[in-house]
Write a protein that binds this ligand. Structure first.
Ligand SMILES: [Cu+2]
Length: 448
């Protein structure tokens, strides 16, 4: 920890929270999900200690981090075979300022768990490891050091044999620098809520030796947990190989049920179309319509204020930048105040492990509209009738996505252009709506 600041308590609290690291943001195929960071990501809701690690191996916090047993509002869809990228930050609500504390050397892994319902328990059985790496003796690097080199970004490919459904993807960054026989490693974990869209359905059998319970998969006296990075690695001669934590990775290869060609898509838990602006797992919607009377106008303003309050109350550790921007029902145009990726999105670490052959061009068929922060696009969703009457609750008719203007990837300012939802106002210049910007200043101070 750094020395106590002369600027007082608020600054020193910030300094304390600055150490360590936090998984803040999810990308699917190189596109940051949602807006304002933290969409579909379970983060510690204690903003002052959001980067604190989990140390108690028997705690339910081991599953998805502190406060990670509670689902967040949104689950992001991802086509099977997609690349998921997890962003780690030293300062959760800032784009710069480091990724993982440099002293924090240790192994890194990614686990996953299929959820039979979006709100199913994170803690408990059913977890499997997709990939893991400890100490690379040849390169003399810990996996954490490699993540720092890729700007805090860690990518994994979703195996194509995973059946469609809700999953938790759990990156695990472990710091071993403080380990003694009495002190456990520090675990930096969080979970991404993802709906894998695939034509593969059916049961999902993980070999028993590769299926673990979290907590429970690690014991205090495991050699991977008690390993001393100074005695065993840095100054040892010969160096002692690091025994990787947890089970062997499970790479599903066989398609358990023949692919039907019909892609099962997410029907619940996504970001609603009615969202004007998203911040993490909060979304702001249009205020109630009113005619030209003061009562209606006032009610609309109050509604807007209460939405902004909810935004601040629900802001994740990764910040409330878009709460500042939700200053009033906009003239159908809001911009998300998003940070760009801190660097190039790295290739998936497990790309050599995951079979790449697949029976259909599924990935291109399952592209879905999410409120992305890096592409300016307006889309129309046209449902087409389903040819068969499926009884599966998760199966829905295919959607055709038709861009209504030319999608132009925006390099700089993330944008989100909205189309009017009311047909009453067909004018090309939408009327300004009441503004509740008076609260902006008050809330802006909240983060400092
Ligand atoms: Cu730490």
């Amino acid at each position: 920890m750094k020395s106590i600041s002369i600027f007082g308590l608020a600054t020193s609290l910030f300094t304390v929270a600055k150490g360590h690291t936090l998984f803040t943001s999810l990308y699917v195929n190189d596109v940051k999900q949602g807006q304002g960071d933290g969409t579909c990501v379970r983060q510690n809701i204690d903003l002052a200690h959001a980067t604190s690690p989990v140390r108690d191996l028997s705690s339910d916090d081991m599953a998805c981090g502190i406060s990670g047993t509670v689902p967040v509002n949104y689950t992001c869809p991802a086509p099977t075979g997609a690349k998921l990228t997890f962003e780690y930050r030293l300062n959760p609500n800032k784009a710069s300022g480091g990724f993982i504390d440099e002293s924090h050397k240790g192994p890194v892994a990614v686990y996953a768990k299929r959820l039979l319902s979006p709100n199913a328990d994170a803690a408990g059985p059913g977890w499997f490891k997709l990939w893991g790496e400890g100490y690379d003796m040849e390169a003399d690097k810990w996996a954490t050091e490699k993540i720092i080199n890729t700007n805090g970004l860690l990518s994994i490919q979703i195996p194509m044999a995973l059946p469609a459904g809700n999953y938790l993807f759990r990156p695990e960054v472990v710091a071993m620098h403080n380990v003694t026989p009495e002190v456990e490693p520090q675990f930096y974990i969080g979970c991404a809520q993802v709906f894998v869209e695939s034509s593969v359905t059916g049961d999902f059998n993980i070999p028993s030796e590769k299926s673990v319970s979290i907590p429970g998969y690690l014991q205090k006296d495991d050699s991977s947990v008690t390993y001393n990075i100074y005695k065993d690695e840095e100054y040892a001669d010969p160096k002692k190989a690091y025994p990787m934590m947890g089970p062997e990775p499970f790479v599903p290869v066989a398609v358990l049920t023949a692919a039907s060609g019909k892609v099962t898509r997410q029907t619940v838990g996504g970001i609603p179309d009615s969202c004007l602006l998203v911040n993490g797992n909060w979304c702001g919607v249009e205020v109630p319509p009113y005619t030209n009377n003061l009562t209606g106008c006032w009610n609309a303003v109050k509604d807007c204020w209460s939405q902004a309050d909810a935004c601040w109350a629900q802001q994740p550790a990764s910040g409330g930048r878009n709460c500042e921007d939700f200053t009033g029902p906009p003239a159908y145009e809001l911009k998300s105040n998003d940070f760009p990726a801190p660097g190039p999105i790295p290739a998936a670490v497990n790309v050599d492990d995951v079979p790449q052959d697949h029976t259909s061009s599924e990935a291109s068929l399952t592209t879905r509209v999410v409120v992305t922060s890096s592409v300016l696009v307006t889309v129309t969703v046209i449902p087409t009738p389903s040819s068969s009457s499926s009884t599966s609750p998760e199966s829905i008719p295919d959607f055709t996505l038709r861009p209504t203007n030319t999608a132009q990837p925006s390099q700089s300012i993330p944008d989100f252009t909205l189309r009017p939802t009311s047909t009453a106002q067909a004018s090309h210049t939408p009327k300004p709506k009441p503004h509740c910007g008076g609260r902006k200043r008050r809330h802006t101070r909240q983060r400092e």
